[in-house]
Design a protein around this ligand. Sequence first.
Ligand SMILES: O=c1ccn([C@@H]2O[C@H](COP(=O)(O)OP(=O)(O)O[C@H]3O[C@@H](CO)[C@H](O)[C@H]3O)[C@@H](O)[C@H]2O)c(=O)[nH]1
Ligand SMILES: [Mn+2]
Length: 346
Amino acid sequence: MAAATPLLTDELDIVIPTIRNLDFLEMWRPFFQPYHLIIVQDGDPSKTIKVPDGFDYELYNRNDINKILGPKASCISFKDSACRCFGYMVSKKKYIFTIDDDCFVAKDPSGKDINALEQHIKNLLSPSTPLFFNTLYDPFREGADFVRGYPFSYREGVPTAVSHGLWLNIPDYDAPTQLVKPAERNTRYVDAVLTIPKGTLFPMCGMNLGFDRDLIGPAMYFGLMGDGQPIGRYDDMWAGWCIKVICDHLGLGVKTGLPYIWHSKASNPFVNLKKEYNGIFWQEEIIPFFQAATLPKDCTSVQNCYIELSKQVKEKLGKIDPYFVKLADAMVTWIEAWDELNPAKA
Ligand SMILES: O=c1ccn([C@@H]2O[C@H](COP(=O)(O)OP(=O)(O)O[C@H]3O[C@@H](CO)[C@H](O)[C@H]3O)[C@@H](O)[C@H]2O)c(=O)[nH]1
Ligand SMILES: [Mn+2]
């Protein structure tokens, strides 16, 4: 009989970026009600966001962000889901789960409702195996183990910093793919959790994401996107590339796979194409930069790693476009703001 997964209700915050009313919470009530929500209201702060009764939450709009961070609020995006990272900064908990407001409870092949939060907690509380690939997937899962030939010296694994969940129905495609395949829906439920090997980058989607805030929180900056910026919808991607380089350096693990959520709404591919255009072009240089990025041995804290990465971004990506000089500076501002709001850990 598998041990029950700890609920971590006092150690985990749920962060939701939103421009809509949060009726979607009704479907999540059985799973989310015991948790504290941090709602980051984007767009017009004078709009009232309706939150269903019975949830314990704090809500921050742009006026609140400006009041709390002052000039440092410039590093928090406006009119882009990237604003969600403000919720990571103000949280006081060890774990974060972030979800979009058009993501609902999915069903597994047996027809059972998937408690995505429980699976993320399972993923985060069990080690990752980035140093040697286990062909039977997650060796710490009930009914699985390390396979023959797996070095015993590696079987302890490393602490898991990030749990990246997936989506049934509307897949997280970029605009060109969505334009070519508008009717494509993801119906395939793959019953697996994988550790992303050390040295391998991945496209992190912020729709259904859990992470250990103490292990990697300061690197979970979702960048400068949306209003006034030449790029959008690369918020979670940027954070994913930064956290993976830092996790590899610090010996932390990143997992992807279960849990699934049901992604209900496809955003407009033409609007998305405009937001993504520069990103699709620039990423052909950004990816080699992150693949080659190395951090000095004396970078032993996430903050130090992140500041060092920001210097390399400025030096090496600043040549692509002045945007990256701005982004590198915003990365520093983010860390300053993070340490200001989280002095004990700093
Ligand atoms: O200006 C905005 C727009 C939206 N939001 C909130 O962010 C999430 C996602 O919005 P939505 O579901 O409409 O868009 P998607 O294209 O499906 O988003 C995914 O793509 C990436 C965007 O960077 C990211 O991985 C996913 O979020 C909702 O909760 C909206 O309410 C916002 O805050 N500001
Ligand atoms: Mn969506």
